[in-house]
Design a protein around this ligand. Sequence first.
Ligand code: ADP
Ligand code: MG
Length: 348
Amino acid sequence: MSEINLGIIGGGQLGSMLSEAAKKLNINTIIYCDDKEAPAQNFCDQFIYGDYDDKDKIKEFVNKVNLITFEFENIPYETLNEMNKIKKVLPRPSVNRLIHHRLAEKDFINKLNLRTTKYVSVEKKSDLESLTDFLPGILKTTTMGYDGKGQYPIRSIKDISSLNIDFSKGYILEKIVKLKKEISVIITRFGMNDYEIYEPIENTHEDQILKYSIIPAEISEKLFNESKNWSIRIAEELKYIGTLCVEFFIDRNENLYVNEIAPRVHNSGHLTINAYNVSQFENHIRAICSLEKIPIKKISNAKMTNLIGNQIVPYKKNLKLNQNEFFFDYLKKEIKANRKMGHITKLV
Ligand code: ADP
Ligand code: MG
């Protein structure tokens, strides 16, 4: 077999876990990241530091690899598109362009006749005054948001006058769903009607940041099947190659909504490393590198806990773990509040 040099854009924990999975498959990884301290340099074979618009550095990177993927969706479309002219980028840059814009993403989902929250585009502050149908709501930047960043709750029209945000960026206003639960479905698509799909994962957020992911999700059989079927439709419609995550809301009347799509491996899927024979990371690599598809099998139920900010400290000090517990340290240099520093997966 010829040697594969896989380029990965982004050097966070997802890049690290992709590199580890690649290593297992004898694939070399070269990571490109705009953060000198990127933790994934501890796990990849080669690391290139440069801005996402540094043409020379990007050229150096592209020359070294056979194929390119990414660990986060907020990479300028132009950058991905230019790379794709020389080496294949998977998932395709056009998928990324669609999904990284909240408005385009939601329009796409609605066109498939799948439910989303009620939403509307907002260009200026005065737009908000006529949008009481969408309140209580959350104003979100159309691009670059993650872990609740760039989100502003608006309970009532009174909240609008005190909003102090830069409207030169685009926003959408989303009506709040009275949440009963949040779940996600991870699917790896290899080609037409050819995929592996994990069972729905139940997610709990704290301060809009994922805290726990659990399988099995405590949901009805109807929602179990519906969420999987909707995810398959999305992946097929996008002609997606690789691992994709669909985040869902379930409201108090048991209605399912697509919240958002992540065109990449996802935090809620970290438990697949220990709970399945093939993880979401390995499956992503298998799909984009056209390797053999292995039927996935659950080994155990599991609970993943994100270690945020200082929560990692006792684990770093060799806190004793039980045999069914697995600790992952992302090796980030600096502990910051609200920063994902590591996680624990417990098989149950
Ligand atoms: P991010 O890109 O930061 O993940 P999300 O849109 O997924 O943004 O929002 C983060 C979390 O905030 C969601 O998982 C959910 O808990 C809460 N949230 C966001 N939008 C809504 C909404 N319209 N109704 C209820 N909860 C919401
Ligand atoms: Mg989200």
